[in-house]
Structure formats: C-alpha cells, structure tokens
Design a binder for this molecule. Structure first.
Ligand SMILES: Nc1ncnc2c1ncn2[C@@H]1O[C@H](COP(=O)(O)OP(=O)(O)OP(=O)(O)O)[C@@H](O)[C@H]1O
Ligand SMILES: [Mg+2]
Length: 498
C-alpha cells in the first residue's frame, strides 16, 4: 500500500476539528512535502519526522512523499501532527500495519530521537474523540487531562517505538484509567480572619450565591483585597458540564489543566500591568486570556482604575455575552468567558476621599480623571457596589473572630442550588423574561419597588439589577417570593456615588 490515512485534531478555540492526514508514496525523485495550509511549524515537522523515523531504526522511504492535511482551509499549527504524519509514512511504506487506523486519533510532537513531547489542548481533543467513538494515542505528559473525559480509550506513550510496537501487536499499550478527579483541597484563606466589615462580607455572600459582579471601594488597608481573595472559599460547586468547559479552556492555556482542580471554580487575579492580550486572549497563535481562564469562576481585578481604559473596555462584550471572539486573518476563534467580575479600588488617587480620619489630598480634577477611567457601561454591569470603610479600633482589636468560610459556603451552596433548580441559571444571568417569573412581586412589594424606581430614578437596567440581587437575597433567606426586606437590602447595594 502506498497510501495511508491517519487522524488528528486541530486546535481551534475549545473545538477540536478533525484533521485527516493522507500520506502518499509515489515513484520519482525522493522528496517530502506537506500540503494543506500548514504553517511554518508544520513545515518544521518535516525535519523532525524524518529524524525521528531514522533514529527509531526505521527506514525513511526514498520516494516522493506527499502529506495532505485536510480540510485545507483550517489553520494548523504546532507539532501535534508529527506523530500522525510519522505513522502515516510508516504505514504507507509497510513498516507498520495500516489497518485499524481509521478509528484511531493521534497527537504528539516528536523529538529528533523519536521521543513524544507535550502538545496543548488534549482535553478538548479527547472530548471530540469520545463523541466520534475513536481511540486516542498521545504523549504520556498529556494523558491525565485526556483520560479525565475519555478514560479506557486513551493510550499514552513516551516514544514513537512504543506506538509502533502497539500497532504491530508486539507490545500493546495499556488503556489509561481515569485519574483521581478531586485532589486534596489546598487550604484556602478563610473568612474567619476578617474583622468587622459586615456589609462587605454580606455582599460577598450574595455575590457568591447569585454570581453577581461586585465592586469594593474604600481607603487603603480596610480589607478589600483580603475579602476578595476569600471568595474562592465560599463559591458554589460546579456541574459536570461547567467543569468540563473550564478544564477544556485551561487545557489550551500555557499551564495545561491539573486534574486535581477538576470541579473547582477558577479564581484568576491578573495584575493591572497585564497586557490586553493577556487579559482577553489572542496572540499570533491564539491562546485563551485571563477572562477565559476565569470561565465559570471569578476574575478579580484589584486596583481596578489602574487597569487602563482600553483593557477594561474589552471586558464589556464578554460580560454581556459570556464569550470572546478573537479574529485572525486565518480564522476566528471563540473562547468561552462567563466570569464573575470582582473588583476593588480606592475612591481617589491618594485613597482617602471620604475617609473619616485621613484628609484627601487630591484635587477635584484628579478625582474626576481617576474615576473616568471606569466607564459608565462597565460600572452598570456591576450588580453590587459596596463601600468598605475604615474599621473602628475596638472592632479591629476585638477578640471575637468573624464567621468562618464553611457555614457561609453552605448557605451559598443551598441558595445557588435552589435557583438552579427553579430557573436553570444563577440570579445574575436571569434575563428580563426570567425575572417576571422568578421575581413576581406581591402588591406591597410592587408598591415598594415603584417608590424606589421613582425616588431613586432607576433606569430599566437598574431596576432589573435590583430585582436580581433581591432574588438572591430571598434565596439565601429561603423565601419563595421576593420580600420588601430583600428589596430594601438590594437597594442598599446600588451604585456608589461616582
Ligand atoms: N477587616 C480586617 N480584618 C482583619 N485584618 C484586616 C482587615 N482589613 C485589613 N486588614 C489587615 O490589613 C492588611 C491589608 O488589607 P488589604 O490588602 O485587604 O487592604 P485593601 O483594602 O485592599 O487596601 P488597598 O486599598 O491599599 O489595596 C491585611 O492583610 C490585614 O492584615
Ligand atoms: Mg488591596
């Protein structure tokens, strides 16, 4: 047989489209070409494949070799096709059997000596391989994340020779087993350390239960960053689908996915000096950014105004749609980005505007400029806005510890599950039509809400935000209907005077 067909998968967002690798050996002057819109990296793959085949003790056919990666219009990069190309050449030249290759997908970069190296994004590839009912062969370095979703059908190897020994039947590779999903929980910072700040703690609990966006504003050293970092300890658990989506995005990122973090909501806290590509994703070879790595979890932006307007404006679209689109000449990549935004800031450049003790040194002009870095439309998407003020000395020195994270997490979990059962989505994601059902108001409540609408001149969006937060508060209290108590507490978290 002078023609062999092997299968692989390209990396394109969290989809992993199937790529068919056809290898043809023809008579004529010896040559080796790869066609099918292969980028430079795939061209380099030629040299690696040749060396790997020779150094593994096989013969590199002295014929006219054509490798076609189809479909041609799909951008393909990285060394992931080295393995299927090498096996294609070996099968076409009769050095390994070519049958059974049609139900087998392969990925792996080859070293010149034939060793298999890590490729990113094996988790989404494994999800697709499972859907297609295909086996998957991949480097040992990547088997853990792939076996999370496609156990029993993944086979890992360290060297091209191991794969060949499997295909010839000399030494079959063992199928992988699913790795332990939830590893030991790393001890997280606990809310018990936080003194006072009961309003901010309450806002944190409401935000966790309804997945609301939250902004803390206040002078330095009052516990804003401290509180925000403790959010990850009280977040509700993730569903199987959510866990899978989050793991798939992380698999594409530089760090890969750690099986031990399966089912735990991510908490990302990028520094304000991060570039907008680091935040939103992109680059020559597109990678997910922080907002996508925070998918189904939390994006914490500390010192919000320092991020710069351009970076912050990028957040608007994903905050609305839950995804981010990166356009390149070759293709468009869409990454999911349904994150919960938690932000902290000082009220002015010196930090003490409105403080009871320290006088603010900023001019009105400076304050104005500082705050104008946050656009209205961005702030409008933040459901909960809380002032975090200086603690009185006696609260700070009191021996009374704050409530620990565990009971808070329990209340959050209960309220979150309740809402998921009734509405199928967290309160923050309730649309206008869901709100009519989920927040049907009684006569008293309706009057109360009307009063608020008129007195506070709430916009339509402001009114919906009020209802969503009130719904979460009622869920936390276990109330079936939204009460006036819930509405008035929700009102107290409305926009800060900025
Ligand atoms: N409510 C609090 N309870 C206990 N310790 C606190 C509290 N607030 C602040 N601290 C102490 O002060 C330190 C600084 O707090 P934190 O970093 O959260 O302040 P911040 O409000 O984020 O300030 P900045 O505006 O400067 O970022 C904490 O590490 C903690 O030791
Ligand atoms: Mg801080």
């Amino acid at each position: 047989m002078a023609l062999a067909v092997t299968l692989g998968r390209a990396e394109l967002g969290i989809q992993a489209p199937l790529v068919t690798i056809e290898t043809h050996l023809a008579n004529g002057l010896p040559s080796f070409s790869i066609v099918g819109l292969a980028e430079t990296a795939v061209k380099e793959s030629r040299d690696r494949v040749r060396s790997a085949i020779i150094n593994s003790g096989f013969e590199f056919p002295a014929r006219r070799i054509t490798v076609n990666l189809a479909p041609a219009d799909l951008p393909k990069h990285g060394g992931r096709f080295d393995l299927p190309i090498a096996i294609g050449i070996l099968a076409a030249s009769g050095q390994v059997p070519g049958d059974h290759l049609d139900a087998l997908e392969m990925a792996g970069e080859l070293s010149l000596g034939g060793a298999l190296r890590h490729v990113p994004g094996m988790l989404p590839a494994a999800v697709q391989a499972r859907k297609a009912d295909h086996d998957l062969m991949l480097p040992s370095a990547d088997v853990d994340e792939a076996a999370l979703v496609h156990p029993d059908r993944c086979r890992a190897a360290d060297h091209l020779l191991d794969i060949c020994a499997h295909l010839t039947g000399h030494q079959p590779l063992a199928a992988s087993t699913r790795p332990e999903r939830a590893g030991k929980a790393t001890p997280m910072a606990d809310l018990v350390d936080v003194r006072g700040q009961s309003r901010a703690r309450r806002a944190l609990e409401i935000a966790a239960a309804g997945r609301h966006n939250l902004l803390f504003a206040g002078p330095p050293g009052t516990g804003k960053s401290m509180l925000a970092h403790r959010l990850s300890g009280i977040l509700p658990g993730m569903s199987e689908t959510e866990s899978l989506e989050t793991a798939a995005v992380h698999s594409l990122g530089g760090g890969g996915f750690q099986p031990a973090s399966w089912g735990r909501r991510p908490f990302r806290a990028p520094h304000h000096s991060s570039s907008h590509i680091a935040l939103a994703g992109g680059g020559q070879r597109p990678k997910p950014g922080e907002i996508s790595l925070a998918h189904n979890g939390v994006l914490f932006l500390d010192e919000l105004p320092e991020f710069g307007r351009q970076s912050l404006e990028i957040l608007r679209e994903p905050l609305e749609t839950g995804e981010v689109t990166i356009s390149r000449a070759a293709a468009q990549v869409v990454y999911p980005a349904r994150f919960q935004l938690i932000a902290a800031m000082n009220p002015c450049p010196c930090g003490y505007f409105g403080d009871e003790v320290e006088a603010c040194r900023c001019s009105p002009d400076q304050i104005q400029r500082y705050r104008s870095r946050l656009s209205g439309p961005l702030l409008d998407r933040v459901d909960l806005q809380v002032e975090v003020n200086r603690l009185p000395a006696e609260t700070l020195q009191s021996r009374e510890a704050g409530e620990a994270s565990a009971p808070v997490a329990e209340r959050v979990e209960r309220a979150f599950r309740l809402r998921m059962r009734f509405s199928g989505r967290p309160c923050a994601d309730l649309g206008a039509s869901d709100l009519d059902n989920a927040c049907a108001l009684g006569e008293n409540e309706r009057q109360f809400a009307r009063g608020a609408l008129e007195q506070m001149r709430l916009s339509a969006r402001g009114y919906h935000r009020l209802l969503r937060v009130a719904r979460t508060i009622a869920d936390l209290a276990g109330d079936e209907r939204v009460t006036t108590t819930a509405l008035s507490e929700a009102l107290s978290f409305r926009r800060l005077p900025m």
